[in-house]
Design a protein around this ligand. Structure first.
Ligand code: ZN
Length: 105
């Protein structure tokens, strides 16, 4: 799980590097309009991906915190154990499938 958090941080850093807006030349280039549009789209895609990764990282950190407290694997909503099959797919899961579905409504 700690490894997972580290990996997510690295992915976020990597994405930031790929963001065309992070390019130091961006501000001074006089690129054609289509390049600007492409950069805009690229920027927004990366922003969205970073947002996704950040959300995941938050969940991983919460999972780590729960491990420290000995509460890992328990649903935060109903308090029941999250099935191992689910944790194997989604180690940072905070809720069991039922509660996740209710909360997402
Ligand atoms: Zn639950």
């Amino acid at each position: 799980m700690v490894k997972e958090a580290k990996k997510l941080n690295e992915q976020i850093d990597e994405l930031k590097k790929n963001d065309p807006f992070a390019d130091p030349d961006h501000a001074i280039d006089n690129a054609a309009v289509d390049t600007d549009v492409r950069e805009q789209v690229g920027h927004e895609t990366i922003e969205a991906e970073i947002k996704d990764l950040r959300r995941k990282l938050t969940d991983v950190n919460i999972a780590l915190e729960k491990m420290r407290k000995g509460k890992y694997g328990y649903c935060e909503r109903c308090g029941l154990l999250i099935p191992l099959t689910r944790l194997k797919i989604l180690p940072e899961a905070r809720y069991d499938v039922e509660c996740e579905r209710i909360l997402r409504k």
